[in-house]
Design a protein around this ligand. Structure first.
Ligand code: ARG
Length: 303
């Protein structure tokens, strides 16, 4: 079945899961931005988190909230709980989730809480390895775009996970090797804006992957390393609205020229844990069949 789309807007990105930041701290350091002597302020944290919800709602979106486990300070980065997928209307199960298998033990206690939440809402579950055995997969590395699953691998997700995703979901997976220590998830160096445009920071990837990603994106907003280090690619898109943690002038000019409205929300407290807007929000409306084309047996494409 193929659908002809007359609008280039992303069809997904209107419904999100977020985790209430009641226990957000920097208790350990698993990325270059986390420093134990620079703790988030609880009041500012909550105000910034509420401002993201307000921006999503102002853009016509909605947010569902999961409580944070006291012993899971990074659980606020809801994107990493799992890859949430909807099934086409009429399917027996409402949804499906590929739970993350976190690279670091420090975050693995988040997964059972996520599993319960997705089960309660009627989703089937899938794991790619568990408890440190088998391939790691962190959903912050994955995007449905142009019918395929775009997955960054290296720092967090392992290359083997791509094969699992492709064969077990029956979709096409396109992998890109991340080499930049500061852009440890795909969503720090890549952000799909609509069906043909995306922000891309080539410095996040090895040469072959950077080239392949630029080849894949019909109209790329190419970010310098400095621009990407503002976390500007760690943004979410609701139709023509881009909710961003920061937006360098040059990036804003291009986005506005393309017809996007830029909404900047200060998430400085969450940068202390190494994440921003996209890390804090997990889209629940990515649809199998519509946003990820069915490929029986699966297919992995590497540079
Ligand atoms: N402290 C978290 C970690 O290192 C930050 C996660 C950022 N999330 C993201 N989707 N990039 O795992």
């Amino acid at each position: 079945m193929s659908t002809v789309r007359t609008d280039s807007r992303l069809p997904w990105g209107h419904r999100y899961l977020m985790v209430e930041p009641d226990h957000f701290r920097v208790d350990y350091s698993i990325n270059p931005f986390m420093h134990l002597d620079d703790q988030p302020d609880p009041g500012r944290t909550r105000r910034q988190w509420l401002a993201i919800i307000a921006a999503i709602e102002a853009a016509g979106g909605s947010v569902e909230v999961l409580q944070q486990l006291p012993g899971a300070p990074d659980m606020v980065y809801a994107m990493n709980l799992g890859l949430a997928l909807e099934r086409p209307e009429g399917a027996p199960d409402q949804g499906h989730v590929v739970l993350s298998h976190m690279r670091y033990d420090e975050r693995r206690m988040e997964t059972p809480a996520a599993a319960d939440w997705f089960t309660e809402r009627g989703s089937t579950r899938q794991v790619i390895g568990q408890g440190g055995v088998g391939a790691h997969f962190e959903a912050g590395d994955a995007f449905a775009w142009r019918g395929e699953l775009i997955v960054g691998y290296g720092p967090r997700t392992e290359e083997l996970a791509l094969k699992h995703l492709a064969t077990e979901l029956g979709v096409g997976v396109r992998g890109f090797r991340i080499t930049h220590p500061g852009m440890y998830h795909m969503d720090l160096g890549f952000c799909p804006l609509d069906e043909t445009r995306a922000m891309v920071c080539p410095a996040a990837y090895d040469e072959a992957s950077a080239g392949a990603l630029l080849d894949l994106v019909p109209e790329a907003l190419v970010l310098s390393e400095d621009e990407a280090m503002t976390f500007c690619a760690n943004s979410i898109v609701l139709g023509r609205t881009v909710v961003m943690p920061a937006c360098p002038d040059r990036v804003r000019t291009q986005l506005e020229e393309w017809g996007f409205e830029v909404v900047v929300v200060d998430v400085g407290e969450f940068l202390k844990g190494g994440g921003a807007i996209r890390c804090l929000t997990n889209p629940l409306d990515v649809q199998l069949g519509r946003d990820l084309a069915s490929v029986p047996g699966g297919r992995v494409t590497l540079p």
